[in-house]
Design a protein around this ligand. Sequence first.
Ligand code: GLU
Length: 435
Amino acid sequence: MSPDLLLPTPPIVRPDKDRFLQEENPFEAMMSRFDRAAVLLDLEPGIYKVLRNPEKQIITSIPVMLDSGDVEVYTGIRVLYNTSRGPAKGGIRFDLNVTLDEVTALAAWMTWKCAVVDIPFGGSKGGVVCDPLQMSVGELERLTRRYTSSIIQTLGPDSDVPAPDVNTNERVMAWIMDTYSMHVGHTVTAVVTGKPVEMGGSRGRREATGRGCMIVTKRALEHLGMPIKGASVIVQGFGNVGSVAAQLLEREGCKIIGISDRTTGIVNPKGIDVESAIAYVAQNRTLAGFTKGDAVSNSEMLTCETDVLLPAALENVITTKNAKHIKAKVICEGANGPTTAAADAILDEKGVFVVPDILANAGGATVSYFEWVQDRQGYFWAEDNVNKSLTTIMERSFDAVLDLSTQHKVNMRTAAYMLAISRVATVHRLRGVYA
Ligand code: GLU
């Protein structure tokens, strides 16, 4: 295992404390978009009802022996939303704000995401209500193994395949793979994706979500006739998705004028050197103390003058409170669910071109698919092949969504839902209802 896997999990952007007073909960946000697309598709009532409901929701209590010798009990959730197109696919997050509604919305988003990029997976998501920053490595390992064992009946390369998400990483995936393999009595690499490369992980997986964001941002700028060289970009969230997207967009000639994490926001109209910000975070864990620009709050940063805004942290950061003040011409949703449904209408009215989450951040799931294929074949690809295949899929999916949006005169989000739902519905029609 490479030494960086032994470092503590990097901190994430923490939600504001009014996160619980939001205009919509994530499941409602997902459902209102689903409903709009279902109406436009004239979806038959039976399939509509099936697709509005998760297939399976598991809530489990996870006792963990703490280093102190005390026992703490955590709540773990795994939701399989839909498996009609293939095994359920979706990450596991460790966070204090995890709820059943949130995990269900995220599992539905995984279903639509895998369908938008046309990979043969359904959608799932998992979460454990905990604060991993307050836990030791030993406590996290025991929590991960006990959670895995509680949901073991749903896991498997043909049934449900986890991956990293907020506050989980390659090391956590290695523990899940080992626990599952011990239960079944032999090594099963394809049971999780986002593993260390040394044990069946795919080259390019760690960077895949950020790389996918870069690919679709370029495509969006090209479509709008805006030059990529010199385009200004603000990235909110500087974890695995935001930092890689910023780095790759900078390499394409964009000017990164704002970055932030939960501690710090920095804006510099002359451009921020992303490599040095990444090096700073690698040393200091956060951007706190990185002084290569003017300090701004997370919320101020979202409404600064920029060509591209890339929210890459958590849900519900673009709401009715700030949408009318957003000046970006393009929003590329690196996070899942960063825009509320009510804010969509405001952005539409302002003519902001939004590349929706289920398309923009599908690069991670896509390279997870490549990892699963490589594990099952026992044959591993060069990084260049991974990146080329990812580019092909992201560009093809962007173009398919754009075509549908032009054809039906709807925004990119509605078009992406229409494409996804029609693909999932087609399989339901072909498979029929088992009685
Ligand atoms: N957690 C990532 C997402 O939300 C990746 C999921 C996966 O690779 O299964 O897209």
